[in-house]
Design a protein around this ligand. Sequence first.
Ligand code: BGC
Length: 498
Amino acid sequence: MAVGSMNVEEGTKAFPAKLTFQVFLCCVIAAVGGLMFGYDIGISGGVTSMDTFLLDFFPHVYEKKHRVHENNYCKFDDQLLQLFTSSLYLAGIFASFIASYVSRAFGRKPTIISASIFFLVGAILNLSAQNLGMLIGGRILLGFGIGFGNQTVPLFISEIAPARYRGGLNVMFQFLITIGILAASYVNYLTSTLKNGWRYSLGGAAVPALILLIGSFFIHETPASLIERGKDEKGKQILRKIRGVEDIELEFNEIKHATEVATKVKSPFKELFTNRENRPPLVCGTLLQFFQQFTGINVVMFYAPVLFQTMGSGNNASLISTVVTNGVNAIATIFSLLMVDLAGRKCLLVEGAIQMTATQMTIGGILLAHLKLVGPITGHAVPLIVLVLICVYVSGFAWSWGPLGWLVPSEIYPLEVRNAGYFCAVAMNMVCTFIIGQFFLSALCRFRSYLFFFFGVMNIVMGLFVVFFLPETKGVPVEEMAEKRWKTHSRWKKYFKD
Ligand code: BGC
């Protein structure tokens, strides 16, 4: 493994550290939290378009779908069906709030273990669901798993990784999200023709949960969490192990100092909302997640099979198309992994916004011209063209707003409010995912192809936001973010005393 005694972030102290196998393993295992999240994102859309699932739980939607003269855009509009997808996120918001306290009081490792147990029980409940109550109950437990996982995993990786590898290791979380989505869409493709195929699809969520559960017994608690809870000796011992060097005093002292400052803040949420100096990262970190969702990505992730069916593709063709778009999503994320510390955050975010604006507008225009209220889509090549455009759109998201929506909020807060600030980003993600999950199909029914123009405009707004309001965080040590970026930014410096 590479040995790094210097920190790439200019101006930061050099802590002796190797990228040890221990650290790598800890990060990979923790990132399996992303696999759970991704599996769930990818499974819902396919399951809600399966006839056997609809017949068992939503027979009225099944009937509507098969009424030949039904309005094309309204086939799947059903509040309960959408609640199946989105209930998880409501539970997730509540759960990540609890997780922010649990992880502070008991450590990151037990919080990650709890995440896997919630997810496992939720998957089992869904696998054996006999009625809608069991189905929704299972999703609420899955939501707890995701809330606990998403709140803790990216911070865990940031704390355990040596500074110079932090960016890349963090993007691994998003990479595993995309692998989860891809695996789920493939599972849906395989199970869609089986009797009760949906049970296997939903039950499959137990696999990432089990991997995380077993794996998490092999991860180390982070030194910062141990030291924060007064376990200095244990913290030192782990630090030595994961850094692969004897000389860890410098880093230990730095963590000790940071935790001393942090523990003076008794109420991080109060500090976050009342101290004006926290306003810039709070606004940027939270808005970044708001915008991440209003790129419209989950319209594609949740409802791609439904969308392809809306355009007249058969069940199977629409599931294959979904596997293709999800494959593109995973591959394009690798590009981000390689580029994020070279090109910088702003460059990727702006490029992604432009790419997504162009494709959303074109898709909107094509649907406007070719998909009327009733009757099949006109033009044989249209579904294929839309598929290609969706792939271009998804790749734009995958190397920009996808990973950076998680990375940037994890690197812009001072330590004392980092957990609380990160919670705001996670909660914003969940609230907006809920809104998209719950209302997209109704919005599609009402606004039809114009909906894609709406997302196109949102992408323009977010691109402009990045240009004018977001400082470039590449290469800046986390603890120097306020000094080097916020205090010198023309729009944010007024929040700081001289
Ligand atoms: C987002 C999810 C999205 C996924 C797609 C994640 O970063 O938070 O909402 O479905 O990326 O890859």
